[in-house]
Design a protein around this ligand. Structure first.
Ligand code: FAD
Length: 333
């Protein structure tokens, strides 16, 4: 395995900001991964997937590991009508979803067209159109970066939450593979208004109808990160108290609210950003996408700090207007 020094990371992050890794490697096997950890015990480490949810504000003074673990293994059908599929971390997420849909393995179709790798999916428990990946995860196999030991986590041990997991909180593990439990039969369940609307003319949408509808809706709403660099939703949707919700509703009656745990309500970060005057705004080389205020886009800066400054302007404006401090979903290094 080659260790690259002073390695340019621009094409390894979806915002395409420029930064150099002190050391960069792409282990293709678990042995190579262990060797990299042994070779550089003192260096801080960063694991890279496809870079769709992170960007750089400065050079990374340590070892960047971009695993290159490929492969997919289907296990025999289970008695309850499900199938287990183990997928290696570096497989492309959407190609895997396409494979499931083609074979009639149900559960992940609402998560179609999310860019990134399979290994990153459990990190923030990716979600879209009323679905979260946690609901199809049976097990995550990961390597402890401190000890080199490989461990297996049940879905419960992954401690999944909204855009959250044990992997995200501890930053201690490298995901090697994910085992999914998928259904061999499909029945469309209405979960999300935009998607229901898109499928409204079909009496019994098939699993392929759902995937195609998700892709159509996403293409209409979201910019392609390869054409207009972005990391998708920049902020998490905030959880707020009933009291704050009532206060905002007195001015904005149509504030979206969904009950969540602990008596709190989840609201829409895009709605708040929009009402704070930041939809379709451009400042220098950075802006929010006109069709979706939650997406920050890079119109041409190589400096991640410009994105951070713009992000802070949005956070301050939303906080001043609504008393809510938005939390970034995107990782900044
Ligand atoms: C246009 C666009 C739309 C998007 N839409 C959605 C959406 O609808 N829903 C959603 O949830 N997300 C969405 N995202 C965010 C992103 O696609 C997901 O977070 C995806 O899982 C990132 O995968 P990645 O391989 O690019 O991860 P990276 O960006 O490379 O990494 C993300 C985090 O995971 C860690 N990581 C990556 N691989 C591993 C591994 N093998 N082991 C341990 N840690 C690892 C990294 O260190 C980093 O902290 C969108 C992004 C874009 C650009």
């Amino acid at each position: 395995m080659i260790y690259h020094r002073h390695f340019q990371l621009k094409k390894y992050n979806a915002f395409q900001t420029e930064a150099f890794a002190k050391i960069f490697c792409e282990p293709a096997t678990i042995e190579e991964l262990r060797q990299a950890i042994l070779d550089y015990p003192q260096e801080q480490k960063l694991v890279l997937g496809a870079g769709c949810n992170l960007f750089f504000t400065r050079d990374f003074d340590g070892l960047v590991i971009k695993p290159n673990f490929k492969g997919l293994r289907e296990m025999p059908d289970q008695e309850d009508g499900s199938i287990l599929v183990e997928v290696m971390a570096s497989e492309d997420w959407d190609s895997f979803v396409a494979h499931c849909v083609e074979n009639g393995y149900a559960g992940l179709e609402n998560l179609s067209f999310i860019p990134g790798s399979v290994g990153a999916a459990p990190i923030q428990n990716i979600g879209a159109y009323g679905a979260e990946v946690k609901d199809c995860i049976q097990e995550v196999v990961a390597l402890d970066m401190a000890t080199g030991q490989s461990l297996s986590f049940t879905a419960q041990e992954c401690e999944f939450g909204y855009r959250d997991s044990i992997f995200k909180r501890t930053k201690k593990y490298i995901v090697i593979s994910v085992v999914f439990r998928l259904n061999k039969s499909f029945q469309y369940v209405e979960k999300y208004a935009d998607l229901n609307q898109e499928l409204s003319e079909l009496e019994q949408p098939s699993i392929s109808d759902v995937r195609e509808a998700v892709i159509r809706v996403r293409k209409r709403k979201l910019p392609d990160h390869l054409e207009l660099p972005n990391c998708g939703s920049f902020f998490k949707n905030p959880y707020i108290s009933a009291e704050i919700a009532e206060k905002i509703k007195s001015e904005y009656e149509n504030l979206p609210l969904y009950p969540v745990e602990g008596g709190l309500l989840k609201t829409s970060a895009a709605f708040l950003i929009d009402r704070a005057g930041f939809r379709g705004i451009r400042e220098g080389n950075v802006g929010t996408y006109p069709n979706q205020a939650l997406i920050i886009v890079n119109y041409g800066t190589a400096d991640g700090n410009e994105i951070v400054r713009f992000m802070n302007r949005i956070r301050d404006a939303v906080n001043q207007k609504f008393g809510i401090m938005l939390e970034p979903e995107v990782w900044m290094f």
